[in-house]
Design a protein around this ligand. Structure first.
Ligand SMILES: O=C(O)CCC(=O)N[C@@H](CCC(=O)O)C(=O)O
Ligand SMILES: [Zn+2]
Length: 336
């Protein structure tokens, strides 16, 4: 296998490769761009016009998606997977990956869309670098742009695999992309309804990509991901990379559950209290009238929405950040 196929090993060791560019026997060019960043370019005659950004390890302890990208890259470097798409592989937060932690000082996935400019430290610099790498990758005209930012969650979930679809004023969510996600094993999609500061939101809003955060199961250390079944996603990614994806009919949403955001629960102060059991699962339903959270100045979060569910509840986030999302079922009426 070509040495650049070992991007994960290089990243874990904090090393630069001796050779920055390598060519497979198939004529696929691999180019190391920066720590945890590698571009793959198919031979011109095979290029199908898709630019695919695959990122993982934005949170350093979310290892199943990192292992998935590592397998894809090995397959490409060995010539077993023959790309027709240009691909940018990114391991988001190398320092946190080496430590096996979600982040070191700051959550990188709260530093996009300009937030890094108001901050400092190595994670702010990394968010800035990730924006630059993504912007440069998606700068070629007249190509399709697709970004999957792969994650695993802190807690278990009633719906194991799901996507979050960013929002931009005047832009409709794509039914075809949802069908593709369904075929990749996603059981639900959360349609966002306002701008956000996560990586997928940046590539959707500023770079015009179809972008998603994918949640694939529960976060575990390297080598302990047997419980995270990514086989459907892995198959689909291989098909997307090789350009032999079966056409998904638009009717194929096929039981995909859609949700929208009712409210984001923002932690304003150290007095914030979240009234949920520590082991509550994502997508747990909450009854109307339930007192979900309390904060400074008698702020109370009481459930008003029928069918409300909670995802990503986390009272330990820094003040000013999202401590959970209240979601409600929605229809597919507004898809493009
Ligand atoms: O389990 C949790 O609480 C968080 C899992 C995770 O890292 N989720 C992403 C979602 C990003 C998005 O909103 O699109 C995150 O919180 O950064
Ligand atoms: Zn994550």
């Amino acid at each position: 296998m070509l040495a650049l196929g070992k991007l994960l090993e290089l990243t874990l060791a904090g090393r630069e490769p001796a050779e920055k560019t390598q060519l497979t026997v198939e004529g696929v060019r691999m180019r190391w761009l920066s720590e945890g960043a590698l571009e793959v370019r198919p031979p011109e005659a095979r290029d199908n016009g898709l630019d695919l950004l695959l990122s993982a390890g934005i949170h350093g302890n979310e290892t199943a998606p990192i292992e998935l990208l590592d397998r894809l890259l090995h397959d490409i470097a060995r010539g077993d997977l023959k790309p027709c798409a240009r691909i940018l592989f990114l391991f988001g937060n190398p320092e946190a990956i080496r430590k096996g932690e979600r982040f070191v000082e700051q959550d990188v996935n709260r530093l996009f869309n300009g937030r890094h400019e108001q901050s400092s430290g190595s994670e702010a610099l990394r968010a800035c670098e990730l924006e630059r790498l993504a912007a440069s990758f998606f700068s070629l005209p007249d190509r399709q742009r697709l970004h999957y930012d792969l994650h695993t969650a802190i807690r278990g979930s009633k719906i194991e695999q799901f996507a979050l679809y960013p929002w931009k004023e005047g832009r409709q969510h794509s039914r075809q992309e949802l069908a593709r996600l369904r075929a990749a094993g996603m059981e639900a999609v959360l349609l966002q309804n306002k701008p956000s500061i996560v990586f997928s939101s940046y590539t959707y809003d500023k770079l015009g990509a179809e972008s998603f955060t994918l949640e694939l199961g529960k976060a575990r250390p390297f080598g302990q991901n047997d419980g995270v079944n990514v086989s459907l996603l892995e198959n689909r990614l291989k098909q997307i990379i090789e350009g032999n994806e079966p056409e998904s009919t638009e009717a194929a949403l096929d039981g995909l559950q859609l949700f929208s955001v009712a409210r984001e629960i923002i932690k304003h102060s150290d007095s914030f209290r979240l009234n949920l059991p520590a082991d509550i699962e994502n997508f747990s339903e909450l009854d109307v009238g339930y007192l979900l959270a309390e904060d400074i100045a008698n702020t109370r979060w009481i459930i008003e929405e029928e069918g409300a569910r909670i995802i990503f509840p986390n009272p330990k986030v820094k003040n000013g950040l999202r401590a959970g999302i209240l979601i409600v079922p929605t229809s597919d009426d507004n898809l493009a």
